[in-house]
Design a protein around this ligand. Structure first.
Ligand code: AMP
Ligand code: ZN
Length: 455
């Protein structure tokens, strides 16, 4: 199996440290807001990686964090704690905020058939491991203290920016020491002190004073706790390369003297209609928004599989619609295969092609092309069924789940009839109101074929 490694910027042969075991850490969400479809893409991509590895008989142990403290509004240790800020604006406890948005995240994951990680680690449950790690760094002379926290001294390292290929010299040249307490622009907080005039909901005592852990130390402490000081794969979105993952590497390697992670797997970003997703731009799309518009979650998963995980992907409704159509077509073709008994076992070419695609740095667009080639081929249905059953372990598209035909209730039928009558009389506004009434009952009318499907 070949996999691109951000560390080397090369596609490498995947050789785990202790085969067939594979330790994998997935950078999880900060649960202060709803998850959007950009998150969905990153987690579908790491899900595909796990599925491919398991399909190739590796024994994967996956760990994912839930960040419920310490992630500041600026990734560079400045600004407010995202969780504290949200709790304040919603006048809720942090526990309630974390519970609510974690539930939203897991619901999104389930709907997209993302396999739940083996171990889930909320940051607030690992404070002791984090302080132990900071103590270790302190003993080794990698830390210093300022008025607002304990910092990692990146000036002690020669290869600080190796993951992101950062221009450290350039960064240092543009940095003015006056008025700042940090020694180097790239130094980052390991432990932040609570402000004297502010009462935080989440704070702990530590050898350095009352406060909370830095976001980066969380991932290092929790991953090493469950996967050991050196492990195989760490995943996340590309935005985490220059700061978060760079800092995870240096603090972990400074503490242990060992290589932290062998393969860094980064997912390309999802843009929406060519723009970055943000609430202020009004293009912050959740999976639930798509479901409310009549799209199936599997259409989104299908759409993600049509682009390579490392590309920047541009989400458009045109593309989603096309994916929904392709997905439904494929599913109905698969449904037609059941029950046929004849077999020819002439599948080796397709088996080879599919495997070659997924083993080649997870080329899922290519693998999907092989699925269609197989679907359109004239090999017997039983062979097709056997292949798709095997490949579904990776695709996770519910292709073998029966298509649900739902009986339209009498009251909905009546509303449809009434709406049709209104349309005939060209009473468009009234007909539109009737359509909304029908949608409230969970059904969608399509004027193309005058059929009804459940939303
Ligand atoms: P966060 O909760 O912001 O730390 O994000 C959780 C994960 O989703 C991280 O691995 C991010 O890199 C990833 N992510 C956030 N926004 C996007 C996006 N628009 N496209 C792809 N991945 C994203
Ligand atoms: Zn992380």
């Amino acid at each position: 199996m070949k996999l691109y490694n951000t560390l080397s910027r090369k596609i490498e042969e995947f050789k785990p440290i202790n085969p067939p075991e594979v330790g994998m850490y997935i950078c999880g969400p900060t649960v202060y807001d709803y998850s959007h479809i950009g998150h969905s893409r990153t987690y579908v991509n790491s899900d595909v990686l796990i599925r491919v590895l398991r399909w190739l008989n590796f024994q994967v142990k996956s760990v994912m964090n839930i960040t419920d403290v310490g992630h500041l509004t600026s990734n560079a240790d400045e600004g407010e704690d995202k969780m504290e800020k949200k709790a304040k604006t919603e006048s809720k406890s942090i526990l309630d905020i974390a519970k609510f948005y974690s539930a939203d995240f897991w619901q999104m994951e389930r709907k997209l058939n993302i396999i739940r990680p083996d171990i889930v680690t909320p940051a607030t449950e690992y404070i002791q491991e984090m302080t132990e790690l900071v103590k270790k760094l302190e003993q080794k002379g990698f830390t210093y203290q300022t008025k607002d926290g304990v910092y990692f001294d990146t000036g002690k390292l020669k290869d600080y920016g190796k993951l992101a290929r950062l221009d450290i010299k350039g960064l240092r040249e543009g940095w003015r020491v006056e008025k700042r307490e940090k020694k180097n622009p790239t130094d980052f907080a390991l432990w932040k002190f609570s402000k004297k005039d502010e009462k935080r909901q989440m704070e702990w005592s530590s050898p350095w004073g009352i406060g909370f852990p830095g976001w980066h130390i969380e991932c290092s402490a929790m991953s090493m706790k469950h996967l050991g000081e050196s492990f195989d794969i760490h995943t996340g979105g590309v935005d985490h390369i220059p700061v978060h993952h760079t800092n995870e590497i240096v603090q972990s390697e400074a503490a242990t003297g060992k290589q932290f992670v062998k393969y860094w797997f980064h997912s390309g970003f999802l843009m929406v209609e060519d723009e970055k997703m943000s609430k202020s731009l009004g293009n912050f799309i959740r999976l639930q928004d798509l479901i409310d518009q009549g799209y199936e979650p599997m259409s989104l998963r299908y759409l993600f599989l049509t682009s390579h995980y490392r590309t920047t992907m541009n989400f458009t409704y045109v593309a989603l619609k096309a994916s929904q159509e392709a997905y439904r077509k494929l599913k109905s073709i698969v449904a037609g295969w059941q029950g046929d008994k004849s077999r020819a076992n002439k599948t080796s070419n397709l088996v080879f092609k599919f495997r070659e695609a997924v083993e080649n740095d997870l080329n899922l667009p290519q693998a999907l092309a092989v699925v269609w080639e197989m679907a359109k081929s004239n090999i017997p249905s039983m062979d097709k069924l056997e292949l798709i059953t095997d490949w579904e372990q990776i695709l996770g598209l519910d292709l073998l789940k029966p298509i649900q035909l739902i009986k339209v209730p009498e009251e909905v039928k009546k509303l449809i009839k009434n709406r049709e009558a209104l349309r005939k009389k060209e009473m468009w506004a009234e007909a539109d109101a009737m359509r909304k009434e029908i949608e409230k009952k969970g059904f969608k009318v399509s004027d193309m074929k005058l059929d009804t499907v459940r939303l």
